[in-house]
Design a protein around this ligand. Structure first.
Ligand code: ATP
Ligand code: MG
Length: 271
């Protein structure tokens, strides 16, 4: 398999969490759109086979187009919304039918998503990972050994322990964790008071444990959930909100500060 995902141009971000419901898909979606708003070409794979929530969150309601269905390996054109091209396991499953994905099927499906989709040459490929360790993580590590893992957690110390699992998973399959995003950090009332409903400090503590930066903290915001429910990500519908500003800053840190360092080769210097 050779494409821009393997040859170095595209940065792969695998967004992981130790357990469900911490806002991984919301964070993945808004981070993808925030990167696109910075001018980056962004592709996304919704690899959370038990969740596939990204199409709805991103505002996509059509499956990929198949270019030449009779070809031996037909190419798929990924649908795009809010500047992000997306392929989701959900496009290939019926909502009313639970899918029982087994390891080899998942592996094959992921490989197809990487090779048979007309992605162009994106700057970023963001992957919404299923929670926990497992087959998908192994497949991602095998297909995309350069993937950088971002761990999402909540401020609760208990949740942070669970999120550590995602980091162990990354370590086990030899992927680099580049940072932590804390979600649901506080709720800000109309009078400006921030209420730390789920405690405080979990994101920073996990980041310290892993020796990586805490990339940002996302507040609890009803509009963020509503935006996810109706396909208008908050970073687009309300870019001035506290959550959107936090996403923009996280996108900037990943895009600029955490950009892979160029290797200095003196022999290439122009004199
Ligand atoms: N910062 C936030 N403010 C308000 N609502 C949020 C926030 N983050 C997530 N939510 C809401 O919480 C719910 C769970 O979020 P999401 O689906 O993104 O989590 P997840 O970790 O991907 O869950 P799953 O394990 O089910 O895939 C959703 O309804 C989402 O809209
Ligand atoms: Mg999800």
């Amino acid at each position: 398999m050779a494409n821009s995902f393997t040859d170095g141009k595209t940065r792969i971000l695998a967004v992981a969490s130790g357990k469900g419901g911490v806002g991984k898909s919301s964070v993945t979606t808004n981070l993808a759109v925030a990167l696109a708003r910075r001018g980056a070409a962004v592709a996304a794979i919704d690899a959370d086979v038990w969740g596939f929530s990204m199409p709805r969150m991103l505002g996509i309601d059509r499956p990929p187009e198949v270019v030449d269905p009779d070809a031996e390996r037909p190419l798929m054109i990924p649908p795009e919304a809010n500047g992000v091209k997306l392929i989701s396991m959900g496009f290939f499953a019926r909502e009313d039918q639970p899918v029982v994905w087994r390891g080899p099927m998942l592996h094959k499906a992921l490989e197809q998503f990487l090779t048979d989709v007309e992605w162009g040459d994106p700057d970023f490929l963001i992957v919404d990972m299923p929670p926990g360790t497992g087959d998908v993580s192994l497949s991602i590590a095998q297909f995309l050994p350069r993937a950088e893992v971002v761990v999402v957690t909540t401020p609760q110390l208990a949740a942070q322990k669970v999120a550590q699992r995602a980091a162990y998973m990354a370590k086990k399959v030899n992927l680099a964790v580049i940072g932590v995003i804390e979600n649901m950090s506080w709720f800000r009332a109309d009078d400006g008071t921030a209420y730390e409903l789920f405690g405080a400090g979990g994101g920073q503590e996990l980041a310290d444990d892993l020796g990586v930066p805490l990339l940002g903290q996302i507040p609890l915001l009803p509009a963020l959930r509503e935006g996810g429910d109706d396909g208008h990500p908050i970073v687009v519908s309300d870019p001035a909100s506290e959550a959107s500003v936090a996403f923009a800053r996280i996108a900037e840190r990943i895009h600029v500060e955490l950009a892979p360092k160029r290797i200095y080769r003196p022999e290439l210097r122009i004199t």
